[in-house]
Write a protein that binds this ligand. Sequence first.
Ligand SMILES: [Zn+2]
Length: 67
Amino acid sequence: MMEIRKCKNKKCQRTLPEGYKNRYCENCRNDHVEKLKNAGKVLLTCVGIVGSTAIAIATKGKINIKK
Ligand SMILES: [Zn+2]
């Protein structure tokens, strides 16, 4: 069965090639990956700060991770 699928991005709506396994076109996927990378960096930074603060509180400053 031939099925014409379009990119799930409402702003994009590009027709996806036959047999294409992703819901988003290559272009949107690249954009998404970039955003994910950036979000990942921000998240890791936040987790890092919160994490080290939490450890510092939990250990009541007995363990110094970094000075
Ligand atoms: Zn797209």
